[in-house]
Design a protein around this ligand. Structure first.
Ligand SMILES: C[S@@+](CC[C@H](N)C(=O)[O-])C[C@H]1O[C@@H](n2cnc3c(N)ncnc32)[C@H](O)[C@@H]1O
Length: 373
């Protein structure tokens, strides 16, 4: 008997429908979070101790009615806190015209403070660009061919930058680099560093600023990300950094690099095993590779039972990470949760690396590894 012929349990039907529409609620509210970020509504709320919809609207030169409906969504989604105060208006019903809206300190960290490591607006920034790919996905499912990061446009690149920069700014130099044997001293003395899959260059520029005697190169294949990186390089006035496009320039020569970093990008690559071999090749005999990639279980069952964000991550994989990893016909297609530590160690040892150590660094999404020749 097929599933379509089996009897329906009315209670299970209600629960199932609730689950499905909860997913839609999340998707629609995610769009509202995007708007709140783009219009600076969270930043406005963060600077106050409670505002009415008219005050929020006035501060951004916006229409009050639209702001009030946005606030209603945010309160219903338990993102914004409300102190309710109604007024009855003839012909309009009860209006929240005097209701005051505010953010908790935790909400400010995630929604409005770009300096906070928990700042989370990057993925919401890139949401329209990410969802725009939905129109191409049916074709990708048919042909097997995905699209690279440039398919998400400039806003996609900025979204990635805003996703990773806050945590990196807070912890890369103070926590991650000191966890690598002797690395701070080497960087202070002056070494050659390459960041593969550098995106908009945030990590490279940060390290270059802290270690002026070392020389840094950021490598990517995204024109949008690399042009952001170049703009930021000009503003920084740093002279120990360069960026290059791996599509048009060859990777550094054999045994010329002391330290390679890869942040959240190996699982996006069409040929991760080749890239790991290339990293092994460019490193000197005592070189180190810092691999930062998504913390994943070895199986779907593992990820689904242990990772409350698994649905988000598998979805983002289809829209972005796996799509990138299948952006040429021979792509290996690892995807967001496709590069667990077991596979990372296997690929590293196959490439010739002899030591593989997971670092004791707590992160909600990423795992950190020190890998040596
Ligand atoms: C999720 S982003 C991470 C960017 C950056 N590391 C960061 O933390 O902000 C993944 C990056 O990998 C880049 N990428 C994908 N395949 C690549 C390849 N073969 N060589 C270099 N970069 C690649 C993409 O263009 C994208 O910028």
């Amino acid at each position: 008997m097929s599933s379509i012929d089996r009897a329906i349990d009315p209670e299970a039907l209600k629960l199932f429908s609730f689950n499905i529409f909860s997913q839609l609620s999340g998707a629609v509210t995610a769009g509202m979070i995007h708007i709140g970020d783009q219009l600076g509504l969270y930043r406005t709320l963060a600077e106050s101790d409670g505002m009415t919809s008219s005050e929020i609207a006035e501060s951004g030169n916006l229409s009050e009615r639209w702001v009030r409906e946005w606030c209603a969504n945010q309160v219903a989604a338990r993102i914004v806190v409300a102190e309710f105060s109604y007024e009855r208006h003839k012909g309009e019903g009860n209006i929240d015209i005097n209701t005051r809206y505010k953010l908790t300190p935790e909400a400010v960290a995630v929604l409005a403070n770009e300096e906070h490591p928990a700042f989370g607006m990057g993925m919401f920034h890139r949401l329209p660009a990410t969802f725009d790919r939905l129109k191409d996905l049916p074709e990708s499912f048919r042909t097997g061919l995905g699209f690279d990061y440039d398919a998400h446009g400039v806003e996609g690149a900025i979204g990635i930058e805003r996703s990773f920069e806050p945590w990196s700014n807070a912890f890369l130099v103070n926590l991650v680099l000191p966890a690598l044997a002797g690395m701070i001293e080497k960087l202070q003395d002056g070494i050659t560093v390459v960041d593969v899959g550098c995106g908009a260059g945030s990590a490279v520029l940060l390290m270059a600023q802290h270690f002026p005697k070392s020389t840094f190169m950021g490598i990517d294949i995204s024109e949008h990300a690399l042009s952001r990186a170049s703009e930021k390089l000009v503003v920084s006035q740093l002279t120990n950094v360069s960026f290059m496009n791996a599509k048009t320039t060859s990777l550094p020569k054999s045994s010329t690099v002391d330290f390679v970093t890869t942040f959240d990008c190996i699982h996006d690559m069409t040929h991760p095993q080749k890239m790991i071999k290339d990293i092994h090749e460019m490193l000197k005999s005592d070189g180190t590779w810092l691999l930062v990639d998504i913390k994943a279980g070895n199986t779907l069952a593992d990820n689904v039972s242990k990772n409350p964000m698994a649905a988000l991550m598998y979805g983002i994989s289809v829209l972005s990470c796996m799509a990138s990893a299948l952006s040429d016909h021979n792509g290996e297609g690892l995807g967001t949760l496709g590069f667990p530590s077991q596979l990372a160690e296997e690929f590293s040892r196959d490439a010739g690396f002899t030591t593989f150590r997971q670092l004791d660094i707590a992160h909600s999404v990423n795992a950190f590894y020190e890998i040596q020749k």
